[in-house]
Design a binder for this molecule. Sequence first.
Ligand code: HEC
Length: 249
Amino acid sequence: MNYRTLIVLATGGVCGLALWMSFYSPKVSAQSNGSAPSVPVYNPYPPGILPPDLSSEIARVLREVDFVESRAITRWHNLKPPILTGQPPVLQNTGTEATETLGELMLFDKNISPNKNQACASCHMPYAGFSGPIPSVNLTMIAFPGTVHFRAGKRTAQRHTYAPFFPVLQYNQEQGLFFGGNFWDSRATGYLLRVPDAQQAQGRPVDTQEMGFPDTACVAFRLSHAVYRPLFEEVWGKRLVRYQVPTRD
Ligand code: HEC
């Protein structure tokens, strides 16, 4: 057994145990597919906050998510593989389509949540301007439920299409205003990584009110089992890359 296999197995074991524990925690709700109907849903909200059509609406959104995901898989299978060439390396010809398709596959992948019941698109849906796609939630709870039903955040889902372009958080003296950062309150400042979007991206997989994984390694583990893994490796390379975390002196 080589080093890489060992890491995958160890990560899988830790993630599996943590997810098993989270699944059997009394606060975890019945799943929308009805697999554990006797477990009460997490509902600390005042009466009338949880909309009555919540479960059916979540099921509808998941059907849409599945539809887009399978369409993206077909698109990927029909795509002529790009040619890796040059220095610095570029993916020639179909590189852009390959990257876009990978993005779509990941945005609509509900397997990157512990209960396999939540994709990024569950809260960031293109037809809702990349925000929440359930009208009754937008009118009541505002925040969308995460993978654990119905534990929800405190804010409405951001339309995130411009997030990668925001600069590091800064104060403009002339205008007397703050610019940049990610999130409604710009708390992903980007000061350490120099990119706010890279900073915020570390939060979603482990946010208890969103994807809800115990560790970001769990996402890597799930991706290593994704059907589109070959496309991921085509775009990002196959090698196990070890990053040197930048130190501040
Ligand atoms: C349960 C709903 C939910 C899910 C699932 C979710 N998000 Fe979000 N997202 C939010 C909310 C709410 C915010 C704003 C959070 C804040 O400001 O505190 C946000 C903010 C963001 C931002 C920052 C946008 C900006 O302009 O600063 C990005 C980028 C983002 N999400 C991407 C993702 C990705 C990628 C995934 C999947 C891995 C994901 N989100 C899953 C609700 C969600």
